[in-house]
Design a protein around this ligand. Structure first.
Ligand SMILES: N[C@@H](CCC(=O)N[C@@H](CS)C(=O)NCC(=O)O)C(=O)O
Length: 213
């Protein structure tokens, strides 16, 4: 398997966590988002959407969309499971993943921030208010959902797709100056995940294309 990604891409980070939790080896091909490499023809052949990640596998065309990739990994390599056994708990885990992946991350994405700054002419205060409203707002909802579902992790006592989405989102929120300190459950679970070896391996700073400050 070969993962096309970028060290700071949250959607790539999700797939790296899933691969690490499954203990799977893979090759990694960096695609530099800041240089616009996601729009180059060679990458568009992998993912016509021009978004990261893409996972090249040997039984067909590349897989795209991080949640679809994670569910494919879970179906093809079931241990350890990334979704709870009970249908209700699976729905709870997917709901947290969806709040993050469908309603927070898309509104903070590079192309959206570029559009806000350069086309819609938002100033920095306007961009910050946008991020606080939509990204901060989604995290406030996640904090409430954790009140219903969390054990040691987002849903119960083992990492699931919800934690896989949570950790990259908290990382992004910190980068964009969104204050997450007011969400104690989220902060506690994020800290527990960060101490887990699979999450550590997948961390942006531990990738070959990481830019050290
Ligand atoms: N829903 C997609 C989101 C993919 C996505 O937005 N990727 C970002 C990086 S996290 C990207 O490639 N952005 C490039 C851009 O905005 O031009 C997924 O989960 O895979």
């Amino acid at each position: 398997m070969k993962l096309f990604g970028y060290w700071r891409s949250g959607a790539t980070y999700r797939v790296r966590i899933a691969l690490a939790l499954k203990g799977l080896d893979y090759d990694y091909e960096p695609v530099n988002l800041l240089k616009g490499e996601q729009q180059e023809p060679a990458y568009l052949e992998k993912n016509p959407q021009g978004l990261l990640p893409a996972l090249v596998v040997d039984d067909g065309p590349p897989l795209t969309q991080s949640l679809a990739i994670i569910e494919w990994l879970d179906e093809t390599r079931p241990e350890p499971p990334l979704l709870p056994k009970s249908a209700r708990k699976r729905a709870e885990a997917r709901a947290i993943a969806d709040v993050i992946a469908c309603e927070a991350q898309p509104l903070q994405n590079l192309r959206i921030q570029k559009y806000l700054r350069h086309e819609a002419k938002f100033d920095e205060a306007g961009v910050k208010a946008w991020l606080e409203t939509f990204v901060g707002g989604a995290l406030a909802v996640v904090e409430k959902l954790l009140g219903r579902s969390a054990g040691r992790f987002c849903v119960g006592d083992a990492p699931t797709i919800a934690d896989i989405c949570l950790v990259p989102q908290v990382y992004a929120a910190a980068r964009f100056g969104v204050d997450v300190s007011k969400y104690p459950r989220l902060a506690e679970i994020n800290a527990r995940c960060l101490a887990h070896p699979a999450f550590e391996k997948a961390h942006p700073d531990n990738q070959p294309d990481a830019v050290k400050a």
